[in-house]
Ligand binder design. Structure first.
Ligand code: ADP
Ligand code: MG
Length: 767
C-alpha cells in the first residue's frame, strides 16, 4: 500500500510538473503571439505613417509639380520599398520561426497550421501586391522619367521664353527709349516713328512669331498638363490600389485578430479543460488517497495487531524449521529402528508362524490319529440298532404290543420278548423309539467328518420293510434323516476349512434292483450301468456314465433328492413296494485340495437304504417275487459276508459276490469306516423278523477287532455261525461263498496254518 501511495504521489507530482510546463509553454506562446501582434501592429502603424508620408509627398509633389523632387521622391520610395521588403522578410522569418517553434503537444496544431496557411496565403497576396507595387513603381519611374524629360523640355522652353521675354523686354525698352528719343526729335521721331512703324511691323511680326511660339508653348504646357493629369490619374489609381491594399491589410489584421481571439479562446478552453482535468484528477487522487489512507490506517492497525502474532509465528517457524531440518535425520533413525523392529517382529512372527504351523500340522495329524484311533477303538465297522415306535400301521391288540425293552444302564443292550422268552442283544449302540433323528445323527457325524479327511464311509440301513430304514436315512421334510444332515455337516465343515482348503462336493444317486445298477440322476434311468476297474491300474473301481452333480448348498441337495425321487416315482408303479425291493444309494464325494501344501484328498460317503430283509423266500414266493427275493438275499448275505470278512480281517473279502458290495468295495476295505444301522420294529407280530435282524446285527458285530480277532483266526465258528445265520436268512442261497475273483485270491491253507501256528506259539508262551 505504501508503495502504491508513493507511486501515486510521484505520479501526481509528475502531472503537476507537466502541467506547469504546459502552462509555461502556453504563456511563452502567448507572449510571443502578443509581441508578434504588437510588432505587426507597430509595423502596420509605421506602414500607415509611411503611407501618409508618401501621400503627403505625393500631394507635395502635386503641388510642387517640380521635376527634380520627383526623382528624389522616387529614390525615397524605392528605399522605402527596400526597407519594407526587408522588414517583410524579417517578419516572414519571425513568422517562420514562430511556425516552427510551436509546442509539439499543442492540440491546436491544426489550427496553427490553418493559420499558417492563411498567413502564407496572406503572404502570397502581399507578394502579389508587392509585385504589383513593383510594377507600379516601374510605371511611376517611367512616368517620372517622362516627366523629367517633359520638365527638362519645359525648362528649356521656359528658359527660352524667359530669354525671349528678356530680349523682347530689352528691345521693348530699347524701342521705348528710341521712341522717347524720337519724340524728342519729332521729326526724327516721325521718321523714326516711320522707321519704328516699319520696324514695329517687323516687331509685330516678331511678336506674332513669339505669340505663335507662345501659343505652341502654351499648347505644350497644355499637353504637359494633360500628361500631369494622366499622371495624377495614375497616382489616383495607385492611391486606390494603395487603399485597396490597406483595406486588405486591415482585413488581414482583422483576420489575424480573429485568429488570435480564436486562439485565445481555444487556449482559454484548453486551460479550462486542463484545469478541470487537473481538478478532477486531483479530486480523484484525493479520494483515492483518502481510501488509501484509510486502508493504510487499517493496515497499520492490522500490522500493529499482527506484529506480536508475526513474532510468535516467526518463532514457531524457526523452531519448526529446526524441527524440519532435524526431521529427516530423526525420520531416518526412526525408520531404521522401526524397520529393524518390524523386520524383527516379522521374523518373530514368521518363526512363531512356522512353529505354529508345524505344531498345527502335528496336532492335526495327532487329531487325525486320535480320531482314527477312536474310530478304530469303536471299531471300523460298527453296528447300531434302532427301534421305531409303534405306529398306527401296526394295528391294535396283542399283535401290536411292544416286544422290545431296553436296559436303563446300558444303551447298547436290547431285550426282545420272543415267544415268551426274553432274548438280549448287545450292539454298539441301541436307539430307543423316542430317539430323535438329531440324536441318531450325533452318533454318526464323526464318520461323516472323517470323510472330509479323505476316508471312505459307508452307512447302511438294514431291516425288514417298515422298520424305519428310509426314515432314518432320508427322514421327512420336517425332520430330515442322515442324508441331508450329513451333507449339511459337510458343507459347514468345508466352509470352516475354506481358509486352507478348496473342496468340491459331488453327489450321485443310484439304485440296485435285481443286481442291476441304475443311475437315478441320469437321463436314461432304465440304462444298466457297469462297474469297471480304473484303466490306470490303481485297482480303483468306477461306474462309467454315473451322473455326478456338484452341490454347494442345501438347496442343491434338496433339488438332487427331489430329482432322484421323481425319477424313482415315475419309473415305478408302486414306490414303496419297489423301494423295499431295491437298494438305494446316495454317493457323496468330497474332493479337497490343501492350498498351502497342494495335498489332495478324496473321501466318499455312501448312504445306502437297503432292501427289506424279510424272509420272503420262506413263504414260497414264485416268479419275479422269488427272483427279487433271491437277489435281495444274495446281496444282503454278500454284504454280511463282506462285513464279516472285513471285521474278522480275513485275507479274502468276497466283494464280488454282489453288485452292492462290488460297487462299495473301496468304501468298505482298507481304512474305510462302515456303519450298519439295523432297524427293527417293536411290534409283537414282527418279533421273528426282528429277532432275525438283531441276530444278523449281533453276529456281524460280534467279530471283535484287535486281539480278539485271533479268535476269528483260531476258530472258525463265527464263520460257521454266520453261515448258519445266512442259511437261516437266505434259505435259497446255496453257495454263500462265490469263487474268488481275479486278484482276490483267498489265503492258501498253508498260509492260514502257518499264521495259526504262530499265534498258537504266542499263546503258548504267554500261557
Ligand atoms: P422301511 O423303509 O424300512 O420300509 P419306513 O422308513 O418306510 O420303513 O417306515 C415305516 C413307517 O414307520 C413310516 O411311516 C415311518 O414314518 C415310520 N417310522 C419309522 N421309524 C420311525 C421313527 N423312528 N419314529 C417315527 N416314525 C417312524
Ligand atoms: Mg424303506
Amino acid at each position: 500500500v505504501m508503495a502504491s501511495m508513493a507511486h501515486l504521489q510521484k505520479e501526481k507530482l509528475r502531472l503537476q510538473e507537466e502541467l506547469l510546463e504546459l502552462q509555461e509553454k502556453l504563456t511563452a506562446q502567448e507572449n510571443n503571439e502578443l509581441s508578434l501582434s504588437l510588432q505587426l501592429q507597430g509595423q502596420v502603424e509605421t506602414l500607415k505613417e509611411k503611407l501618409l508620408e508618401q501621400a503627403q509627398e505625393i500631394s507635395r509633389l502635386r503641388s510642387e509639380l517640380g521635376g527634380t523632387d520627383a526623382e528624389k521622391h522616387r529614390d525615397l520610395l524605392a528605399a522605402e520599398n527596400e526597407r519594407l521588403r526587408q522588414e517583410m522578410k524579417a517578419l516572414e522569418g519571425e513568422l517562420q520561426r514562430q511556425q516552427q517553434a510551436p509546442c509539439r503537444d499543442c492540440p491546436h496544431l491544426q489550427e496553427n497550421a490553418e493559420l499558417q496557411e492563411q498567413l502564407s496565403q496572406l503572404q502570397r497576396e502581399a507578394e502579389e501586391t508587392r509585385a504589383r507595387l513593383v510594377e507600379l513603381d516601374l510605371e511611376v519611374q517611367q512616368k517620372t522619367n517622362r516627366l523629367a524629360e517633359v520638365e527638362l523640355r519645359l525648362k528649356d522652353s521656359l528658359a527660352e521664353r524667359a530669354e525671349e521675354e528678356e530680349r523682347l523686354s530689352r528691345r521693348l525698352r530699347d524701342s521705348q527709349e528710341t521712341i522717347a528719343s524720337l519724340k524728342s526729335q519729332p521729326q526724327q521721331i516721325k521718321y523714326i516713328i516711320k522707321t519704328v512703324e516699319v520696324e514695329s511691323a517687323k516687331v509685330k511680326q516678331a511678336l506674332c512669331e513669339t505669340q505663335s511660339r507662345n501659343q505652341y508653348l502654351q499648347e505644350q504646357v497644355g499637353m504637359q498638363k494633360q500628361v500631369l493629369k494622366e499622371m495624377e490619374q495614375q497616382l489616383q489609381s495607385s492611391q486606390k490600389t494603395e487603399a485597396q491594399l490597406r483595406a486588405q491589410i486591415m482585413m488581414y489584421e482583422a483576420e489575424l485578430e480573429r485568429a488570435h481571439g480564436q486562439m485565445l479562446e481555444e487556449m482559454q478552453a484548453m486551460e479550462d479543460e486542463k484545469n478541470h482535468a487537473i481538478e478532477e484528477a486531483f479530486s480523484r487522487a484525493q479520494v483515492e488517497m483518502k481510501a488509501v489512507h484509510e486502508n493504510l490506517a487499517g493496515v497499520r492497525t492490522n500490522l500493529l495487531t499482527l506484529q506480536p502474532a508475526l513474532r510468535t509465528l516467526t518463532h514457531d517457524y524457526n523452531s519448526l524449521k529446526r524441527q524440519v531440518r532435524d526431521f529427516p535425520l530423526l525420520l531416518q533413525e526412526t525408520l531404521c529402528s522401526a524397520r529393524a523392529e518390524i523386520s524383527q517382529a516379522i521374523e518373530e512372527v514368521h518363526s512363531t508362524n512356522r512353529e505354529l504351523l508345524r505344531k498345527y500340522r502335528r496336532e492335526l495329524q495327532l487329531r487325525k490319529k486320535c480320531h482314527n484311533e477312536l474310530v478304530r477303538l469303536k471299531g471300523n465297522i460298527r453296528v447300531f440298532g434302532r427301534v421305531r415306535p409303534i405306529t398306527k400301521e401296526d394295528g391294535e391288540g396283542p399283535e401290536a404290543a411292544n416286544a422290545v425293552t431296553f436296559d436303563a444302564d446300558d444303551d447298547a443292550v436290547l431285550h426282545l420278548l420272543h415267544k415268551g422268552k426274553q432274548v438280549s442283544f448287545e450292539l454298539d449302540k441301541v436307539f430307543p423309539p423316542q430317539a430323535s433323528q438329531e440324536e441318531v445323527f450325533q452318533e454318526v457325524q464323526a464318520l461323516v467328518t472323517s470323510c472330509i479327511d479323505g476316508y471312505n464311509v459307508c452307512i447302511f440301513a438294514y431291516g425288514q420293510t417298515g422298520a424305519g430304514k428310509t426314515y432314518t436315512m432320508e427322514g421327512t421334510a420336517a425332520n430330515p434323516g442322515i442324508n441331508q444332515r450329513a451333507l449339511q455337516l459337510l458343507f459347514s465343515e468345508v466352509r470352516g476349512k475354506a481358509a486352507d482348503w478348496d473342496y468340491t462336493i459331488t453327489v450321485s444317486a443310484a439304485e440296485i434292483y435285481n443286481e442291476a445298477l441304475r443311475d437315478l440322476l441320469g437321463k436314461e434311468p432304465q440304462e444298466k450301468l457297469e462297474i469297471k476297474l480304473c484303466p490306470d491300474g490303481s485297482g480303483q473301481l468306477y461306474v462309467p456314465g454315473l451322473t455326478e452333480f456338484r452341490v454347494q448348498s442345501v438347496e442343491d441337495i434338496n433339488k438332487v433328492f427331489e430329482f432322484g425321487h421323481i425319477k424313482r416315482v415315475t419309473e415305478c408303479t408302486n414306490l414303496n413296494e419297489h423301494s423295499s425291493r431295491s437298494h438305494a444309494l446316495l454317493i457323496v464325494t468330497v474332493r479337497g485340495l490343501d492350498r498351502s501344501t497342494g495335498l489332495r484328498t478324496t473321501g466318499k460317503l455312501n448312504l445306502v437304504d437297503l432292501a427289506g430283509s424279510e424272509r420272503v423266500g420262506r413263504s414260497g414266493a414264485e416268479g419275479s417275487r422269488l427272483r427279487e427275493a433271491q437277489h435281495i438275499n444274495k446281496s444282503l448275505s454278500a454284504l454280511g459276508d463282506v462285513i464279516y470278512a472285513l471285521r474278522s480281517r480275513q485275507g479274502h473279502v468276497p466283494f464280488r459276490n454282489s453288485k452292492l458290495t462290488y460297487l462299495l468295495q473301496d468304501s468298505l476295505s482298507g481304512d474305510s469306516k462302515t456303519l450298519m444301522m439295523v432297524q427293527v420294529s417293536p411290534a409283537e407280530k414282527n418279533t421273528s423278523e426282528t429277532l432275525c435282524s438283531l441276530k444278523f446285527a449281533e453276529r456281524v458285530r460280534s467279530v471283535e477287532l484287535g486281539p480278539v480277532s485271533r479268535k476269528a483266526e483260531l476258530g472258525s465258528w463265527p464263520s460257521q455261525e454266520h453261515l448258519e445265520v445266512l442259511k437261516i436268512c437266505c434259505p435259497v442261497l446255496q453257495q454263500p461263498h462265490a469263487p474268488a475273483g481275479r486278484g482276490h485270491a483267498s489265503p492258501s491253507p498253508g498260509q492260514l496254518s502257518s499264521r495259526s501256528a504262530s499265534i498258537r506259539r504266542k499263546l503258548h508262551t504267554s500261557g
